[in-house]
Design a protein. Sequence first.
Length: 136
Amino acid sequence: MSGGDDARQWATSGSPFEATFGFARAVRTGNRIVVAGTGPVEPDGTTTPGGVAEQAARCCAIIVAAIEELGGSAADVVRTRMLLTDPADQDAVGAVHARFFADARPAATMAGVAWLCRPEWRIEIEAEAVVGAPQA
């Protein structure tokens, strides 16, 4: 865990936006983990190369890593929000989402937006997890 106290812990991913904009990648309070909107950022700060599927996979990998850093897992995810700049990308993004979260079956929203933080981003994803919640 990157920081916090007993009541509130947070994780960072190294995204340059975290320090610049003053936020944490994820925050845990109690058994709840909330993951901020996550764009396709590589460890060196560049955008993930490839199409929307590669970008979505990078977003999901960052999300899962943050949840794991705070003591949860992909199985604990109860909510996701996928923001797309092109509605034609929904099937490709949905397939990636299923690869990461199909077993958890979170409530999910997919919506179109006019723009994201970088013009080459086609996707940004948020997530929420409840650690230790009974599985269906």
